[in-house]
Write a protein that binds this ligand. Structure first.
Ligand code: NAI
Length: 386
């Protein structure tokens, strides 16, 4: 049973993960090199818990219990008695390796050592340990206390026992676990690429402007945010880097090719909401552009992005990255998609999926639009995903 949890890095993710573990009743030690980060994490938790009291979700006793479960520590050796440690520091393999090396000198052999990395391979992190079989990826989504999904990623070195204890622990924290293979982007950051990439492609071809594409995805697809609104929200620098990393890690598979439009925005400092300008302007009193209300155009935009998302989800299943259920859970619980993509494929019909992809391939003759073999096979056998 995991009772004592050590968290390394008290930034956005580490402080959120600390809240989740403390709420679930674990004794948490939250460590950061930077004192200001620890102070900020403490103040921010106080605010979050006060808001939960205002909303009637918790009472002050519960607030005290959660706060009492977190100790803010300034030394890594304070994590020595942990059953599980989760690292959420800067996304740099060399820095992470150094921290793990030091950590392994303090903790017992039974301690699970996990990383919240979004883009590094768990195998490369595990390789820095004396006991690599205890290493696992535990990938939370931002904000960690609100997003139900956690991807659990065993490396090729990870033992079955560590994998199952990790899964049970994270589920006992009230989260939905999707087990993912140790491949670039795991599930969510891989399957979601076409939401941005195909939207950018439509724009670059002059198919529609940002507002029209965003509106189409919301009105026809039920997405909470359109792709350009979401990229502005995430930050064009951050979103571009994820795309570029996935592209490189997949040995430059054209399906993941980044877009110059986004690269230029990022280079110009048009990062989105945080810089006041991205695809849209965010100044005081600035009016949002009006989308084109042609419903045929909206349908074709939505269907083009959807089919690319479905193809990516189907291909992830084809390559055994995760189960069909976990792929669908990942997208609905990790990034709030209105439906699982494989369930959506069933609803639209596998025939429709294959025909749409083949139609696009006929137009472009680009590898980007190749239909996943699993869809073609399912079509010939008249199968569905669920
Ligand atoms: P952040 O920049 O908000 O926080 C990182 C914290 O780590 C900082 O407080 C920093 O002082 C501390 N730190 C840096 N080096 C350290 C060291 N050697 N020892 C102890 N503390 C150290 O970063 P964020 O966004 O929380 O990301 C952390 C990790 O989580 C990264 O690996 C990132 O890829 C991953 N991640 C981030 C998500 C996001 O949406 N921000 C989502 C999922 C994963």
């Amino acid at each position: 049973m995991v009772k004592k949890v050590g968290i390394i890095g008290a930034g956005t993710m580490g402080s959120g993960i600390a809240q989740v573990a403390a709420t679930a009743g674990c004794a948490v030690k939250l460590f950061d090199l930077n004192d200001a980060a620890l102070d900020k994490a403490k103040v921010s938790l106080e605010k979050i818990l006060n808001r939960l009291i205002e909303k009637g979700r918790i009472d002050s006793e519960e607030k005290n219990r959660i706060q009492g479960n977190i100790e803010y520590v300034k030394r890594l050796d304070a994590l020595a008695a942990s059953d599980l440690t989760i690292e959420a520091i800067v996304e740099n393999l060399d820095v992470k390796k150094k921290v793990f090396h030091e950590l392994e000198g303090y903790v017992s052999e039974n301690c699970i050592i996990a990383s919240n990395t979004s883009s590094l391979s768990i195998a490369s992190i595990a390789a820095s340990l004396k006991h690599p079989s205890r290493c696992v990826g535990i990938h939370f989504f931002n904000p960690a206390p609100l997003m139900r999904l956690v991807e659990v990623i065993p490396a090729i070195q990870t033992s079955e026992k560590i994998k199952s204890i990790t899964q049970e622990t994270i589920e006992s924290w009230g989260k939905i676990v999707a087990l993912a293979k140790d491949t670039p982007g795991f599930i969510v950051n891989r399957v979601a690429r076409p939401f941005y990439g195909e939207a950018l492609r439509i724009y670059e071809e002059g198919g529609a402007d940002f507002a029209t594409i965003d509106q189409a995805m919301k009105s026809q697809g039920g997405f909470r945010m359109g792709p350009f609104e979401l990229m502005d929200f995430i930050g064009n620098d951050v979103n571009y880097t994820v795309t570029e990393t996935v592209f490189k890690e997949f040995y430059y598979d054209p399906r993941y090719r980044p877009s110059f439009t986004q690269k230029r925005l990022s280079e110009a400092g048009y990062l989105g909401r945080k810089s006041g300008k991205g695809y849209y302007e965010y100044g005081e009193g600035v009016e949002k552009p009006i989308p084109n209300d042609d419903s045929n155009l909206a349908t074709s935009i939505f269907e083009r992005v959807l089919i690319m998302l479905i193809n990516e989800a189907a291909d992830a299943l084809f390559l055994n990255i995760a189960s069909a259920k976990d792929i669908d859970n990942a997208m609905t619980k990790g990034v709030n998609y209105p439906k699982g993509l494989l369930a959506w494929a069933d609803e639209k019909g596998i025939d429709w999926c294959v025909n749409e992809l083949d139609r696009m391939y006929d137009v472009y003759h680009e590898d980007r639009y190749r239909c996943s073999p699993i869809l073609r096979k399912m079509k010939s056998k008249n199968q569905t995903f669920f």
